[in-house]
Design a protein around this ligand. Sequence first.
Ligand code: CA
Length: 221
Amino acid sequence: MAKILIVEDEEKIARFLELELGHEGYAVEKAHDGRTGLEMASGGKWDLVVLDIMLPELSGLEVLRRLRKTSDVPVILLTARDAVTDKVSGLDMGANDYITKPFAIEELLARIRVVLRGRSDGKEEHILTGAGITLDTSSHAVSYAGKPVELTNREFVLLKTLLEHKNTAMTREALLETAWGYDYMGETNVVDVYVRYIRQKTGDEVIRTLRGVGYMVKDEK
Ligand code: CA
């Protein structure tokens, strides 16, 4: 269940949002001023924050600015009508979307769904894990047992291919073709060479040898 924090000082709107979002199956909590909102939002347990701009103690934009120093939790801003500068600075400061008051609840719900979907897609797409390895296909960062590992581009692509097919036996031919796009005719021992390089950096347990078949990353979970 997605957890949403509502930061809104107008009690009527806050209650209405709590009710509607709760009805949609979200777990909702509320904060009624900027300072409390920032504290709660920084707690890190949220999937999304709905943040009003006009707030007592700290404005929504100031909350967002401070929040972005420590957190990339998705934020949808609630702005007053025609406050164009608020919208622009809000997006500049890292808001994921905004909605203008007064708004139809259906529109806010639709935007919440889009933002939440974007977040989970992103996670699934670019982080691969298995056998103690975490590999980020967008930043190319690799770690083993929590420690960073430096791989060359070839090693990276080979390990990525094995992780994409984890728990599946991969022949040397399949690895050459998938990892490097070779329509390979001759020697396949280049795979063995790169597997050895990777093992030197991660330990022997990550890539298993399947005799007479090829290699596999086995995820025990
Ligand atoms: Ca307000």
